[in-house]
Write a protein that binds this ligand. Structure first.
Ligand code: 3UK
Length: 538
């Protein structure tokens, strides 16, 4: 890691020192990488060079691009960036757009040019974008015109962002990215970056505090493609991938862009992918592989018959724990066994998962080949099967926060600590309990907030709920539930008592919520994750 091909060495200079980085393991033969590697050349140019340029790569409403067509766009963008906008290798480029074809073309253009892609969630406002620009010292931005006002607002706050160019501009505009691309050459040789040069910064979804930028190398992108998709997903070149998460979220980037392209398959991009629109997309484009979150499967399951008529054959769930009931609901409705997987922005993608035939309801699975996982106690010692502790993982990818002291929380003794409480059962399956912060300790009992939530969710009156530990002088903490009721059910003491009794009947009675509050909605991140910490003190 002492070598960089970047001219702007900001990323290289801000890597965590070697002693604070996790250990890496590269035992699999497919994880032997050359010293120089550009992941955009591997994922895109290789297919064209090997004669697959005419294969379908990407579809969206009114758009069908082959690999050669995507390469043409990416090359023009790389030329615009380097010849007209002054980009040098190592510069950071903000990419801001809903999931659409130009967003993907820009991602490849930036990385071919040796730049570092920093994709931002399309819902972010000027202030949040400016925080990202400042942390990553971003010099260039390529953005969808629909987000113009927020991006210009961010530029005003953060002058380090010197060049902003918009695409998908409706009006005639000589400065639009497409206009600049028209006069640029369609040829561009990918910059020969080091395998250990950073190619993307992924911002954490921000459950607390200032967002952290995770640094991923060209090598990490190829490692993510070589591990989980090969051993667990097992898709093939004729598959059509679709999904709901934003490409700015590494779950979405992998599932919708990197993994299909790593095997010469194709992707479908949906700008909006709420459950009904995702289902429309699966139908319309004949998608065969879908990536989405448990909540989305629960809603789509209501249309089981419609799904059975589509070409859908592989369903991946990540982002949040998949309960046994959601797995069963989907299987009954569609006949398809969901592939669950836990991944994180820090690890880039999924590291514990299973094949369909090895699904164990309620468990996430086993370490993905290429990764190792264990459950440890406070001192970092492995605990026996059946004991709840902290999940620790190691693999070819790992956590590197850009200049952030929180590195020492995620990486300890060379292992990545994801912040999740897990247990490993007697057969080696990892069973999710809670985020470590969401383990409630009440009168000496360990209570996992999600377990109480799942118990409450089974009640017909409950639409949504969140459970936290509230400080209590007698018990240390008590279990408190925030409940959103379904239409037609009245909040009040009688309902609170009914829910408490209901929980006592389904899980160990000491886990019941001693406090119940009724609310209209729950705080969530842009990726839809519950932000339980925001309920503290309410
Ligand atoms: C939780 C899960 C139980 C867990 C992600 C796949 O979610 C992703 O990244 P984030 O950084 O969050 C990471 C945290 O989310 N989680 C994710 N998947 C599961 N919990 N079961 C699961 N299947 O707390 C984890 O530490 O937003 C997921 C691929 C790439 C990703 N970035």
């Amino acid at each position: 890691m002492s070598y960089t091909a970047h001219i702007d060495t900001f990323a290289f200079d801000n890597l965590p020192p070697a002693e604070l980085q996790p250990e890496y393991v590269f035992e699999l033969p497919e994880l032997q990488f050359p010293e120089r590697l550009n992941c955009a050349a591997e994922l895109l140019d290789r297919h064209v060079a090997e004669g697959r340029g005419d294969r379908l790569c990407l579809q969206a409403d009114g758009v069908r691009w082959t690999y050669a067509e995507l390469q043409d766009k990416a090359n023009r963008i790389a030329n615009v960036l380097t010849r007209q906008l002054g980009l040098v290798a190592g510069n950071r480029v903000l990419l801001c757009a809903p999931n659409n074809p130009m967003m993907v073309a820009c991602w490849f253009g930036v990385i071919k040019a040796g730049g570092i892609a920093v994709a931002a969630m399309p819902l972010l406002r000027a202030k949040e974008l400016s925080t990202i620009v400042d942390i990553a010292q971003i010099s260039h931005a390529l953005c969808d015109d629909a987000l113009r006002a927020e991006v210009l607002g961010a530029q005003q706050k953060s002058p380090v962002l010197k060049s902003v160019c918009f695409f998908n501009v409706r009006a005639e505009d000589a400065g639009s990215l497409e206009a600049l691309m028209d006069s640029a050459s369609p040829h561009f040789e990918a910059v020969a970056t080091a395998a250990t040069d950073t190619c993307l910064l992924g911002f954490t979804s921000g459950t607390t505090g200032v967002p952290k930028a995770t640094m991923h190398f060209h090598r990490d992108v190829m490692a993510a493609c070589a591990c989980w998709p090969q051993s667990m997903l097992r898709a093939h070149a004729d598959d059509v991938f679709v999904g709901s998460p934003p490409i700015a979220f590494t779950f979405g980037l992998g599932g919708q862009v990197l993994f299909p392209m790593s095997i010469g398959a194709s992707m479908v991009l949906l700008e909006k992918a709420s459950p009904p629109l995702l289902l429309d997309g699966i139908e319309k484009f004949g998608a065969t592989v879908v990536f989405t979150a448990p909540t989305s499967y629960r809603v789509m399951a209501q249309q089981g018959e419609r799904i059975r008529q589509t070409r859908l054959r592989k369903c991946v769930s990540a982002g949040e724990a998949l309960t046994a009931s959601t797995r069963a609901l989907w299987k009954d409705a569609t006949g398809i066994e969901i592939i669950d997987g836990i991944g994180s922005t820090e690890m880039l993608h999924i590291f514990i998962s299973h094949r369909e035939e090895d699904a164990r309801p309620g468990a996430t699975g086993k370490a993905v080949p290429g990764y190792c996982a264990k459950v440890v106690d406070e001192q970092g010692n492995e605990v026996p099967p059946g004991t709840v502790g902290k999940l620790a993982v190691l693999g070819p990818t790992g956590c590197r926060y850009l200049a952030d002291s929180r590195q020492t929380q995620y990486v300890q003794h060379g292992w990545n600590l994801t912040g999740d409480a897990y247990l490993m059962d007697a057969d080696g399956y990892f069973v999710y309990q809670a985020r470590t912060d969401d383990m409630i300790i009440s009168a000496g009992y360990n209570i996992a907030a999600p377990e109480v939530e799942n118990a409450l969710m089974a009640h017909a009156a409950v639409a949504e709920c969140a459970v936290i530990g509230e400080p209590d002088s007698e018990r240390g903490q008590i279990v408190k539930a925030f409940v959103v009721l379904r239409a037609g059910h009245a909040a009040g003491d009688a309902m609170a008592r009914e829910l408490q009794d209901f929980v006592k009947r389904t899980v160990a009675p000491y886990k019941y919520p001693r406090a119940v509050a009724f609310v209209d909605q729950l705080p969530r991140t842009a990726t839809g994750k519950l932000q339980r910490f925001r309920l503290h003190g309410q």
